[in-house]
Design a protein around this ligand. Structure first.
Ligand SMILES: Cc1cc2nc3c(=O)[nH]c(=O)nc-3n(C[C@H](O)[C@H](O)[C@H](O)COP(=O)(O)OP(=O)(O)OC[C@H]3O[C@@H](n4cnc5c(N)ncnc54)[C@H](O)[C@@H]3O)c2cc1C
Length: 576
């Protein structure tokens, strides 16, 4: 149905002026854009989703999903020539011969690293929702209170209770597996059955809990269908098969992606127009009407510029690209970027500290093994600075750990003995990793290059983001407490590794267009609308006021559903 055709359904597009006019525009079709599209379309709005990359249709466009390693030229390893040409994306653990088609190559989309920043991107319908690790923990009241508690970054305009019903709403649709652990620091959600810890992980969990009664050890929560419900079957998704080859696209729809879930759901309403190969250049601001009226798009294939119009615009291009689009949206009213009266657009960018790994041996039962490739790990929710400020660093970190019995590694030998070793699992090994909060700072920022442009004529993004002393202290604390916990759990040969990786490789970048109560110190209000341009909404990572210790995407989804609900209520009121 055309956007202007109002005869077939009671949709709200009563004032359409031309074929490029919609009720709502969503920029980006990844995790948050997919949710915006689903919610807007279900509420009857004719919605245009503009996606800069190609279309990726669930099932049809997963060319490697069912291949064995022997079917790849290099058994899934990346050739050295590709790695040398693409040092940034090659550092991502999920980038290999079987998944490379869903990643942006460094060579194709340059940016300027004033300070090293590994910017990992997926430019296609579905964005990074095809590639993510799918770990999904709610934020707690403690996380939302972080800035107010210690005064670093501005206060969040919302608290846990504002978002809790929206977590429930998205969790039921997405399908999240987990235990109801009853913890304040990591609230429970709407869970499908959990994945099981293996025998060594259980052993470690119980020994840590005995030695440290105030620390919790629980199974990770993740966006996998362990027991599909009718709402998931209705999406055409089925049970997770524990293949853990998710980043190739899942032929079972066992994990949540925009491609398997929100985009086809939105499409079914008849209200979605999906336009791939549409690079959004900027938002159009009408000085006279005092509002945004649409977006300028460069067609990625023809290089033609086009404009699309709507009364409501959601920018969901993923954190840094959302910053880029808004910074590039200049007008006489907003010479420094849309809504940027405060001058803070692009500033207070933050990320998560992923630099710490700990490895150890464990003398576990050699007659025990585990089956399937579980898509999550046990975790220890944050236990630092909960009741009071007790360390020399601010905020805290959560910890993942896991135990496995790896086979022999390729560098361990050749010939018959090596072949034999490959056939049997080796001794138990334990690994532990950090996911730490970083403090948003004005100096950590992104901006537009003054002289360099991409091939669509859009200024390149300059990244200027770095660690600070707080991050170093937090990492040191993780190494010490993590090692102590593993020692208490009976591990031996404990070794700490500081990967020294650049910010960005955590792929949890947030901020630059933060929410807040005061327009002088924030860009967005409590409904994710721009203070100074309220028909433009930002609900991806760019809106985040602080980083918390949790993996962020389930919060982006909940904020998006909440913002759409509010925006459409207001839209209906103004439409009379
Ligand atoms: C390997 C990996 C593991 C991860 N693990 C986890 C995890 O366990 N848990 C978690 O919570 N998060 C995880 N993440 C992060 C997660 O993927 C992101 O937080 C999430 O995808 C962000 O959603 P988004 O909608 O903001 O962006 P995306 O999903 O990246 O979608 C943005 C979309 O916007 C499009 N776009 C960009 N610029 C423009 C433009 N100018 N015009 C038009 N379209 C544009 C892009 O092409 C893309 O499709 C992981 C990411 C990766 C890569």
């Amino acid at each position: 149905m055309k956007a202007s055709d109002t005869s077939k359904s009671p949709n709200l597009n009563l004032r359409a002026k031309g074929k490029n006019t919609y009720d709502a525009i969503v920029v980006g079709s990844g995790i948050s854009g997919g949710w915006a599209a689903k919610e807007l379309c279900e509420k009857g709005l004719k919605t245009l989703v503009l996606e800069r990359g190609r279309n990726v249709v669930h099932l049809k466009d997963y060319p490697t999903a069912l291949k064995g390693p022997w079917e790849f030229p290099h058994h899934t390893k990346m050739p050295l020539s590709v790695t040398a040409e693409n040092p940034v994306v090659s550092r991502c653990y999920a980038f290999d011969e079987s998944t490379q088609h869903f990643f942006v190559k460094d060579t194709e989309h340059p940016y300027v690293q004033e300070k090293p920043f590994d910017w990992i991107r997926g430019y296609q319908v579905g964005g990074k929702s095809l590639l993510w690790w799918r770990q999904t923990q709610r934020w707690s009241q403690h996380d939302f209170e972080g800035p107010a508690r210690d005064g670093y970054a501005v206060d969040w305009p919302i608290r846990y209770n504002d978002i809790a019903p929206w977590y429930s709403y998205v969790e039921k649709f997405v399908g999240i597996s987990g235990n109801r652990d009853g913890l304040d620091i990591l609230p429970d959600g709407e869970f499908l059955p959990p994945w099981e810890m293996n025998c060594v992980e259980k052993d470690i969990a119980s020994r840590i809990k005995t030695k440290y009664p105030d620390r919790h050890v629980i199974q990770g929560r993740c966006a996998h269908l362990t027991k599909p419900q009718p709402i998931h079957l209705e999406q055409g998704r089925g049970q997770c098969q524990a293949r853990n080859q998710c980043e190739r696209g899942c032929p079972f729809g066992g994990y949540f992606s925009s491609n398997s879930s929100t985009i086809p759901w939105a499409m079914k309403t008849g209200n979605l127009t999906l336009r791939p190969y549409s690079v959004v250049h900027s938002v159009i601001y009408d000085d006279k009407r005092g509002k945004a009226t649409g977006v300028r798009v460069i067609d990625a294939e023809t290089m033609q510029e086009q404009e699309f119009y709507a009364d409501m615009i959601f920018i969901n291009a993923a954190c840094l690209n959302t910053n880029l689009v808004l910074l590039n949206s200049t007008s006489s009213r907003f010479p420094n970027g849309l809504g940027n009266d405060s001058g803070l657009l692009g500033k207070f960018v933050a990320f998560q500290n992923y630099r710490g790994n700990i490895y150890a041996d464990f003398d576990g039962p050699m007659d025990h093994y585990y089956y399937g490739r579980r898509p999550t790990q046990p975790m220890i929710p944050n236990f630092r600075n909960i009741k009071k400020q007790e360390t020399d660093f601010l905020r805290g970190y959560m910890t993942f750990y896991g135990a496995d019995r790896p086979r022999a590694y390729a560098d361990e030998g050749i010939g018959g003995a090596f072949k034999e070793a490959l056939g049997e699992p080796g001794p138990w090994r334990v690994s532990m990793s950090i996911q730490g909060e970083t403090i948003p700072k004005e100096t950590n920022h992104v901006r537009l290059s003054k002289d360099k442009k991409d091939k669509w004529g859009i200024p390149l993004l300059v990244t200027s983001v770095d660690y600070d002393d707080n991050d170093e202290k937090l990492l040191k604390d993780f190494f010490q407490t993590g090692s102590e916990m593993l020692h208490a759990a009976g591990c031996t040969n404990i070794q700490t590794v500081d990967t020294k990786q650049a910010p960005g490789l955590d792929i949890h970048e947030v901020g630059g267009v933060r929410m807040g109560n005061d327009p002088k110190t924030s860009l967005l209000n409590k409904w994710n609308a721009m203070h100074h341009c309220p028909n433009v909404f930002v609900t991806d990572g760019a809106c985040m006021t602080s980083t918390g210790v949790q993996n962020p995407s389930i919060t982006f989804m909940a904020l998006t559903a909440r913002a759409v609900n509010h925006a459409v209520e207001e839209f209906k009121k103004s439409a009379g």
